[in-house]
Design a protein around this ligand. Structure first.
Ligand code: SF4
Length: 190
């Protein structure tokens, strides 16, 4: 039986992939490493909701990293990457592949592959590159057909479902910016 490290960007996006993988007989641990999520209130809120999803499925959750708002704001990565999103995928999958390789997993994957809003092919390229770098399998799944189902599953167990991708730039671009900012000010957990 294969044992996977599943990088998880948030609780809602974890629901469908975890359910599918467990039903197929894969054993897995969830891995939280998302320095792209800003501000810190939101970073904590998404982590708390991922922990609820992990509890729901009785799977282990490994937590690493912290909110890196200043780094994202600096733009210094643009000397190395063509865009902030390519840097964002690269950074997160690098951490996941490294952890998986150093801790005896058979493979790694990411819940980013469930979202129709992400650059799916770029995530696949980054995953394969990190697999080669750390000598571990990147187990590719196109989870996108289950995106809506996963969001409904998240709603059914009362998870917070965010309305922006994660970084401060995506918050600025969100149609729901005012509502999101209000939730920070009120300390609302949903
Ligand atoms: S938009 Fe999303 S994928 Fe792109 S940098 Fe921001 S958090 Fe990362």
């Amino acid at each position: 039986m294969s044992h996977m490290l599943l990088h998880a960007c948030c609780g809602p996006c974890s629901m469908y992939p975890v359910n599918l993988l467990l039903s197929e007989g894969t054993t897995l641990d969830l891995y939280w490493y998302n320095p792209n999520i800003h501000p810190e209130f939101e970073w904590n809120r998404r982590l708390e909701n991922l922990a609820k999803a992990a509890d729901h499925y009785h799977v282990n959750l490994i937590r690493e990293g912290m909110c890196e708002e200043e780094y994202w704001k600096s733009g210094e990565y643009l000397e190395e990457y063509a865009s902030r999103c390519l840097m964002c995928y690269d950074k997160r999958l690098d951490a996941a592949a490294k952890y998986a390789s150093e801790n005896g997993y058979d493979s790694f994957c990411t819940t980013l592959l469930v979202s129709p809003y992400q650059q799916h092919d770029a995530i696949l390229v980054a995953g394969r590159r990190k697999a080669a770098k750390y000598g571990i399998e990147f187990e590719y799944h196109d989870f996108r057909p289950g995106f809506r189902e996963g969001q409904n599953m998240a709603r059914d167990i009362g998870l917070y479902r965010q309305k922006y991708c994660g970084c401060i730039f995506s918050l600025e671009e969100s149609d729901f910016k005012e509502k999101i900012l209000k939730s920070f000010n009120t300390g609302s957990a949903s």
